[in-house]
Design a protein around this ligand. Structure first.
Ligand SMILES: Nc1ncnc2c1ncn2[C@@H]1O[C@H](COP(=O)(O)OP(=O)(O)OP(=O)(O)O)[C@@H](O)[C@H]1O
Ligand SMILES: [Mg+2]
Length: 500
């Protein structure tokens, strides 16, 4: 059958119905009644007319008189269903006593109605069938949309393939996979694997480690396994947030103090360096410390010695230092804000955590992980995200990295109703996405997607330049105004009012 020849009914129609009956008065009565009820109706007086019409048009429902002059009604029913499997057939029969209902159902009829016919009953049956057809259509539209997104993201989401395979219709059911040696670190991108390999290697040594990376990339999270996988693991891991304490407080916290060393020091106190003896001291936000403090820290690192505040006695320290910062220490050294000698001492081994946008293939697994964690915390029964949300997650650049994702998912879990997190549950996402989309290189993606992406960027840029004014955008782009509006809508561009 040639697709172009098919005429589809106008959308406003309640449905397109073919009435097949050899008796003129019945055919016309059904047709009249159904047309008056808002349906579009065609008529056929026998099997061959019916088949010719079915070849040309896509009907939603056929009303089929089972006794036709030129064919057996059951055979015709089977043939019609073969031509159009989505066509629903209501069989009309005058012989209800000895009628083969089972055969009719087996042949694929949706329902039957007796003759003479109660038209209200017929109408109710047709309305029910139409409702079911619409539901099926909605479901398959959603499935279709999901398929589209699957295809779009496959090239970056190598790790996601397994997850999608186990996807049940609209829900990502796959739980997050966890490594045995890093159970809290989620993701299987090449970039995170490289980082974890560095952690495995350096944990076996005694060298200082400097962990760098943008805010929220997981620096603190990675510091702990450097200790737990080392041979210092039976001794303490002591974290200190250097950015949260004033210089004097930080010194007394770290080095301890003697009784009377300063106002309020009523007793002698051991510092965190002593607490960490034999183990690991994690100095978070090291870039925030003062040069005076840095000198003292350098002494601990170089000579393994320190003094409690208010004491002249040197104490010995056996600790390993892991430091983290989101400041570019090289720049701080250049500006004279960070001691170069301390920088080299800390930077013996460097681990740089990649931003989330550079390992976007981990995003789905992380999202699902945070969803599951939040569901436990807030006793919610959510199972996943709608395809719209995931698509936007993948297009956003996540400047706040994994922390930002975690916060967004946690808030969404609080707002959402089961089963899925929908776009409404992440109210800030659309604006964030508009302000800070992830930049994909066009050459990284297949041609069809690259073309789409180009169009999206082109339309977005023009609309940004014209403050969302479609007439101005149409003049600039030399695209007809109506076409421009339609295309922008298709591309899902938000910065425009489609009522313009
Ligand atoms: N790979 C990961 N798997 C699971 N959770 C992660 C991962 N990376 C980071 N997180 C979570 O993201 C949040 C931010 O991580 P973390 O505090 O380690 O970031 P950070 O780099 O130290 O940030 P900042 O520079 O702002 O201090 C934490 O709740 C952490 O548990
Ligand atoms: Mg941190």
């Amino acid at each position: 059958m040639i697709q172009e020849n098919i005429t589809t009914p106008v959308l406003e129609n309640k449905g397109y119905i073919l009435v097949i009956d050899d008796e003129d008065n019945i055919r016309f009565m059904f047709a009249n009644y159904l047309e008056n009820s808002g349906y579009q109706v065609d008529m056929a007086k026998d099997g061959s007319e019916a088949k010719a019409l079915i070849d040309q048009n896509i009907y939603d429902i056929a009303l089929l008189d089972i006794c036709l002059p030129d064919c057996n009604g059951l055979d015709l029913l089977k043939e019609l269903k073969e031509i159009h499997p989505t066509l629903e057939v209501v069989v009309c029969t005058g012989h209800t006593e000895d009628y083969d209902f089972i055969g009719t159902v087996k042949a694929g009829a949706a329902d039957w109605i007796s003759k003479p016919t109660n038209l209200q009953e017929l109408h109710a049956k047709i309305e029910r069938i139409r409702r079911e057809q619409n539901q099926v259509r909605e479901l398959s539209k959603k499935n279709h949309e999901l398929e589209r997104i699957k295809k779009e993201t496959e090239h970056v989401l190598t790790g996601m393939k397994d997850m999608l395979k186990r996807q049940d219709r609209f829900i990502i059911k796959k739980r997050t996979t966890k490594r045995s040696d890093f159970p809290k670190i989620i993701g299987n991108s090449k970039k995170i694997e490289e980082v974890l390999q560095l952690v495995r290697l350096v944990s076996k040594t005694n060298s200082s480690v400097l962990i760098t990376g943008e805010s929220g990339t997981g620096k603190e999270l990675i510091a702990n396994p450097i200790h737990t996988m080392s041979n210092r693991s039976k001794y303490p891991f002591v974290p200190v947030n250097c950015g949260a304490l004033t210089e004097t407080l930080l010194e007394s916290e770290l080095f301890g103090h003697e009784r009377g060393a300063f106002t309020g020091a009523s007793t002698q106190r051991r510092g965190l360096i002593e607490e960490a003896e034999g183990g690991t001291l994690f100095l978070d936000e090291i870039g925030e410390t003062s040069p005076q403090f840095q000198v003292k820290l350098l002494r601990v690192l170089q000579e393994g010695e320190f003094k409690r505040v208010g004491s002249s006695k040197s104490l010995h320290a056996d600790i390993r230092v892991v430091a983290a910062t989101n400041v570019t220490l090289e720049e701080s050294v250049h500006k004279g804000e960070f001691r170069e000698d301390l920088y080299y001492r800390l930077n013996q081994f460097r681990i740089t955590l990649p931003p989330l946008r550079d390992r976007i293939e981990d995003l789905l697994m992380l999202s699902q992980y945070f969803l599951e964690e939040a569901c436990i915390e807030f006793s919610k029964q959510l199972v996943g995200f709608s395809s719209e949300v995931l698509e936007k997650f993948l297009r956003y650049s996540w400047p706040g990295n994994i922390r930002e994702l975690e916060n967004m998912v946690t808030q969404a879990v609080i707002l959402a109703n089961p089963p899925l997190i929908e776009l409404n549950d992440v109210p800030s996402l659309i604006q964030k996405l508009h302000q800070s989309p992830r930049k994909t290189r066009l050459s990284d993606i297949p041609f069809a997607e690259a073309k789409n992406e180009f169009e999206r960027r082109y339309f977005q840029t023009i609309l940004d330049r014209t403050n969302g004014n479609i007439s101005a955008a149409s003049r600039l782009s030399k695209i007809d105004r109506k076409q421009f509006r339609e295309k922008a809508r298709k591309l899902g561009i938000q910065s425009v009012s489609y009522t313009q």
